[in-house]
Write a protein that binds this ligand. Structure first.
Ligand code: FAD
Length: 383
């Protein structure tokens, strides 16, 4: 990409490439949507047994403690082989948050199963009346002795129907002003009585997310992360990790490979005007990779990134969408098909990746909200 491997990194790259070629099942390569857990989690656990599931986690918590460049090598090699996206709510969201804000008991209980891939996590932030305006959330948690009683409704909860645990924002002080001063951060066992989960089908025809109904669910008080009514600070720290993670260059690199395969198959690769656009896309990917590595470098392993993470969220998500528009152009008349187009270089689908990419400027906070964050919290512009 934008840098050359040192001899040690080149050796590591060869090791990663060889191992991935030998171990990633063919059926999981180049998938346009995330495979269901029964297919994906065995692969997650294979990576875990190899010690490569959490390159960015410190060794003391079961991670690889990889250098930044080693992390980039892994990202590039995973994209090259067409590896599927893993569930990130444990690895990228709650894991780093527990390292920073969790009690020793919370770390000991929750970090090892995330690394092992024996427990899946979901993120319970959004509600029907609280998306961009997240601080309006109304899911209520009432402290009753050594437990909370939780009542409310979460929505757009990725993989909730496959998950065991959900980290959630709940209102613990309904009178607090401003509104975000009355929010706490809770860890909720999704197998608890009183929880109902209903999957939602997306425009790309997958059931990536779900609604979660909580009806007087008992949650032990020890599942509170940080202090009571201090959940907003933790929520924002987590969003910083989320925004950087969702812009991992693996996604755009995978999209670029798909465009090249499609363009070779349809012949548009020979068109100088298309080549020009492909070159521009490649340059933008190199720029994103540089930005990503800079962001990761700034993020100390146990410290959350700041509002600057909104920059990379905008660049990464909007680039992915423009790449999928290029894919549709490369596919020409084949773009309308909602089944893979058989090429000499394998099956490639344009419609599903295009539809799939529409979501990336929404989740983790929409592009409009990221621009608001940058205006207010980075540039200090008036509201
Ligand atoms: C694929 C996917 C997965 C998701 N996974 C999860 C998950 O696991 N957990 C979870 O909690 N949530 C999840 N979400 C929800 C996501 O965080 C919300 O959809 C997002 O925050 C937007 O909220 P909303 O849908 O309520 O839209 P709204 O907030 O109603 O926004 C609608 C439109 O208005 C714009 N808008 C709103 N307010 C402003 C403003 N002040 N200034 C300018 N424009 C504004 C928005 O940008 C958007 O275009 C997911 C969403 C998607 C698409």
């Amino acid at each position: 990409m934008f840098r050359r491997d040192t001899p040690a990194e080149a050796a590591f790259r060869t090791e990663v490439r060889t191992w991935l070629e030998a171990n990633l099942p063919t059926a999981l390569r180049g998938r346009t949507t995330r495979p269901p857990p029964e297919e994906l989690m065995p692969w997650y656990r294979t990576l875990s047994r190899k010690g490569w599931i959490a390159p960015h986690w410190p060794k003391q918590h079961g991670g690889m403690g990889a250098t930044l460049n080693e992390q980039i090598v892994m990202t590039e090699e995973l994209a090259r082989v067409g590896a599927p996206p893993l569930p990130v709510q444990g690895l990228n969201h709650i894991g780093p948050i527990l390292m920073e804000f969790g009690t020793e008991a919370q770390k000991a209980k929750h970090l090892p199963p995330i690394v092992a891939g024996t427990v899946i996590w979901a993120q319970g932030y959004s509600e029907p009346g609280a998306g961009s305006d997240l601080a309006s959330l109304t899911t209520r948690a009432t402290l009753d002795g050594d437990r909370f009683i939780v009542k409310g409704h979460k929505i757009w909860t990725t993989w909730a129907h496959h998950s065991d645990w959900m980290f959630a924002l709940v209102r613990t002080d309904p009178q607090a002003q401003p509104k975000h001063a009355g929010i706490s951060f809770l860890l909720i066992d999704l197998h608890s009585p009183g929880i109902k989960v209903r999957p939602i089908r997306t425009i790309a025809a997958d059931d990536e997310y779900a609604e979660v109904f909580l009806d007087d669910v008992t949650v032990p008080a020890e599942n509170l992360v940080g202090k009571l009514n201090d959940g907003w600070r933790i929520a924002n720290a987590l969003l910083g990790h989320e925004r950087i993670g969702t812009s991992n260059p693996q996604f755009v690199l995978t999209a670029l490979e798909r465009i090249k395969t499609m363009a070779r198959a349809t012949g548009i690769i020979a068109d100088p005007a298309f080549q020009d656009r492909l070159a521009a896309a490649s340059i933008n990917i190199t720029a994103l990779s540089a930005l990503f590595s800079h962001a990761v470098e700034l993020t100390n392993h146990e410290q959350s990134p700041g509002p600057e993470s909104s920059i990379i969220k905008i660049v990464g998500s909007e680039l992915l969408q423009s790449l999928n528009e290029l894919l549709v152009e490369a596919a020409g008349g084949h773009a309308t098909a909602d089944c893979p187009f058989e090429t000499n270089f394998g099956a490639v689908d344009a419609a599903i990746p295009y539809l799939f990419s529409r979501r990336v400027t929404i989740y983790g906070g929409s592009s409009e909200i990221q621009r608001n964050v940058l205006a207010r919290r980075v540039l200090n512009l008036p509201s």
